[in-house]
Ligand binder design. Structure first.
Ligand SMILES: [Zn+2]
Length: 777
């Protein structure tokens, strides 16, 4: 019966089912869904050429239980591999992803996903790349006579990868066929090497095989001119009507997975016209070559889109800035210039020249810095106007230099003279591209950021100082005014406004505060300084908005007006008085790691976790209900038998009161309280027990033991609480041990936990010290 009850218990997280046919849909470029897939493999890719800019990369395998595909993890997800949220067995919901063709090779890139738990790898998924027509023997895969001469040099070393003749013939003569074969050449040669256009940033497998090394020269065969159709389609596409964010794959629609499945399941050769819209170039059977596992892994299918819009008419492919990455070789972004530097001269060992940069943001809130040197600087500097929208393409992506660049992209675009920048007219679409894009940091997170960082902050103005005139070093004068700003991380920071910010906006804020209003300010690009703790100051590129129409501002307004105002505890940065009134938040494992409670006096700490288990005995005890010294005694009673004529009510004897007492039941729960680090048995008394059980102890006492009582115990499990723990050493029978008991217990306030966690996460992202963060949230 116990087992049954356990199985039925609610709340245990179970990862949801995998999305049927998700792998095929991904491959067909469908991005209009959020598939649940299982990670079956994680592989670290190493840059083939080292260097300071080399970035860690991971390739994972994503399975729908039937087929899997390789996928690259965007750099912002690398940490999730490191902390184990993405590992073999993880069930993930892909929330942002792309499927691009890079050098004719399909690359799935996961930009964002939710981890939904983990379980044993489901089924025996096969690589979608390797899925070929069943039973086609390797020698039958020889290219047919009519397959086109240019294909041969690539095919010879890899005959077993060639598709069966019946798939090539329909296309071998026409424009599509030529294109397809060219694509296939690239597929045959591309293999595991993901090469950036320009060649300076490509990644090999951690352990490159001989086959790969042999393939590389083939791929780069200089004697192999690409056929015209490929060039025309891939590189000489004239810009057409913008079709934002439609990368061409979308048009394939939701039917695609099923069509492809059909082909894989046998109707492969029977559809020579490619009516379904896709033609898969089959490879060798998955298990055909015992000795050459590597090549089998890289069988490349090939899809040729034959939808209503042919490739020749493909629209310009506007991609979100957030999706830009070195694997994306053709892209256009449509973005508004938000900031522009002057032309600067530089000089170093490599030479000298001019440079300017500007920042842009797009309709999805992606932002990126664009740099132009020398000739490109001269060409594009006159073109760019802050506030205008441009179509920008053909730049190269480099890792962002985060010390100078506060934008939310991991990359910067370097323009060349061949890059294109075309102004867009303001229309319905471009008008929705913001003119300013914030990347707010919680005030609390600023404390551990480096001085000199450029940050965005949104907060409520608490106080405004009067204006002061300051003499600069060069003798000129400027105005200065300080504000104190607080946000819902409960941090307060001083913002020094200089020049126009002190006179104009500063006066507006002073007037508002004088009327008892506390406006919300959003500050873009303030510089973090240090003066008696961390401070902020405006610089020339700073933008300061008062009561802006932003969701964050609305959130803060609400927070401040409700609870975050003067009542709540504010922590001024840099004054070393973090969370004095709250107990230190620790992970459960720290209780043992840090030897809490062993210092001769109890330690009090705060933990957030869940009730994992409750011992069914003891649950409560009969407590003395007599009043003694103005409060209820509550000592444990020794129960007496029911006396005749006493209405059947049991009584107990209180040793302390030396009197009989009617028992009042009090909880004494032994529960296992668990967080992400570990679980621990702790004791939970009285009122806290009542919160856990959701009923008074006396009520539970009346529930018959066994299944009925167990029902209530099960019901109480897996609820999450923030608890204040008393950790103290107790001695029983000359043996001392550390006992934890709950002195306060509250259900988790998720909104507050989330905002504190966000502040902590931001600290980590900004390079803060984890150990300093921990105690604070
Ligand atoms: Zn008593």
């Amino acid at each position: 019966e116990r087992l049954g009850a356990t199985e039925a218990r609610p709340g245990k997280m179970t990862a949801p089912a995998l999305t049927l046919n998700a792998t095929s849909a991904l491959w067909n470029g469908n991005t209009d869904f959020k598939p649940v897939m299982q990670c079956t493999e994680v592989k670290a890719l190493q840059p083939s050429s080292g260097g300071a800019n080399a970035q860690e990369r991971y390739r994972i395998s994503l399975s729908d239980g039937d087929l899997f595909t390789h996928a690259m993890l965007a750099t912002q997800l690398v940490d999730r591999v490191k902390d184990g949220r993405i590992q073999p067995g993880s069930v993930l919901r892909l929330t942002e992803f792309l499927c691009n063709v890079v050098h004719g090779r399909k690359i799935v890139i996961v930009l964002n996903c939710d981890a939904l738990g983990s379980r044993a790898i489901q089924g025996a998924p096969q690589n979608i790349q390797s899925k070929g027509p069943a039973g086609a023997p390797p020698q039958a895969a020889q290219a047919p006579a009519g397959a086109g001469q240019h294909q041969q040099p690539y095919q010879q070393p890899y005959q077993q990868q060639q598709p069966p003749p019946q798939h090539q013939q329909p296309y071998s003569a026409g424009g599509y066929g030529a294109n397809m074969q060219q694509q296939q050449q690239r597929l045959s040669g591309g293999k595991e090497n993901i090469q950036q256009q320009g060649g300076n940033n490509y990644y090999n497998e951690t352990k490159p095989s001989m086959q790969q090394q042999q393939q590389q020269p083939n791929y780069q065969n200089p004697h192999q001119p690409p056929p015209p159709s490929y060039q025309q389609q891939q590189y000489q596409q004239p810009p057409q009507q913008p079709n934002p964010y439609n990368n061409g794959h979308h048009q394939q629609g939701r039917q695609a997975p099923y069509q492809q499945q059909q082909q894989q399941r046998g109707s492969y050769g029977g559809n020579p016209g490619g009516v379904g819209g896709y033609q898969q170039q089959g490879g060798a059977p998955q298990y055909g070559h015992g000795g050459n596992q590597h090549q089998q892994q890289h069988q490349q299918p090939n899809y040729v889109q034959r939808g209503p819009i042919s490739r020749n008419e493909a629209p310009v492919r506007i991609v979100p800035i957030k999706s830009l990455n070195p694997y994306l070789n053709r892209w256009t972004i449509q973005a508004r210039a938000t900031n522009k530097s002057d032309i600067r001269r530089w000089q170093n060992a490599k030479g000298e020249g001019t440079v300017f940069n500007f920042d842009v943001c797009d309709v999805e809130g992606g932002e990126i810095r664009i740099c132009a040197f020398k000739e490109a600087c001269e060409k594009f500097f006159p073109v760019i106007e802050v506030g205008k929208v441009y179509m920008i393409s053909k730049g190269s992506l480099r890792p962002a230099r985060k010390q100078y660049n506060p934008l939310n992209s991991d990359f910067e675009i370097y323009l060349e003279t061949s890059s294109t920048i075309e102004p867009c007219v303001e229309d319905e679409r471009t008008s929705s591209i913001p003119s300013i894009n914030f990347n707010f940091k919680p005030v609390m997170a600023l404390e551990t950021m480096n001085t000199g960082s450029i940050v965005d902050v949104v907060g409520v103005v608490l106080t405004v100082d009067g204006i002061a005139t300051i003499q600069r070093r060069d003798g000129t004068e400027t105005q200065k005014r300080s504000l104190s700003v607080k946000d819902d991380s409960n941090g307060v920071i001083e913002l020094t406004c200089w020049g126009n910010f002190a006179t104009n906006v500063g006066q507006e804020l002073e007037d508002a505060c004088a009327k008892g209003e506390h406006p919300v300010v959003a500050v873009k690009s303030a510089r973090l300084g240090e003066y008696n703790g961390k401070t902020l100051g405006t610089i020339s590129s700073t933008q300061l908005l008062v009561n802006p129409d932003l969701p964050e501002a609305g959130r803060l307004r609400h927070w401040f007006d409700q609870a975050g105002g003067a009542q709540s505890q504010a922590t001024a940065l840099g004054q070393g008085s973090m969370g004095g009134r709250r107990d230190r938040r620790v992970q459960m494992e720290q209780i043992m790691e840090e030897g809490l409670g062993q210092g001769g006096k109890p330690d009090y700490v705060e933990c957030r976790g869940a009730v994992e288990f409750i011992k069914d005995n003891p649950l409560f005890y009969p407590a003395c209900s007599l009043q003694r010294n103005g409060r209820t005694c509550q000592k444990k009673l020794q129960m007496l038998g029911v006396e005749d004529g006493d209405g059947g009510e049991a009584k107990g004897w209180c040793e302390t009161c030396q009197a009989q007492s009617i028992p009042m039941y009090r909880y004494i729960l032994q529960l296992k309280f668990t967080d992400a680090s570990c679980g621990r048995w702790i004791t939970c008394f009285g009122d806290q027990g009542e919160v856990v059980m959701g009923m008074p102890a006396g009520e539970l006492q009346r529930v018959p033991e066994g299944d009925e009582r167990m029902h209530f115990l099960d019901r109480a499990k897996f609820a999450e609480y923030v608890v204040k723990l008393k950790v103290a050493e107790e001695t029983y029978n000359e043996e001392s041990r550390i006992k934890c008991s709950i002195s306060r217990l509250t259900p988790v306030n998720y909104a507050q936990e989330a905002s504190e966690l966000l502040a902590g996460i931001q600290l980590l992202l900004d390079g803060g010290d984890n150990r300093n963060v921990r105690p604070r949230y």
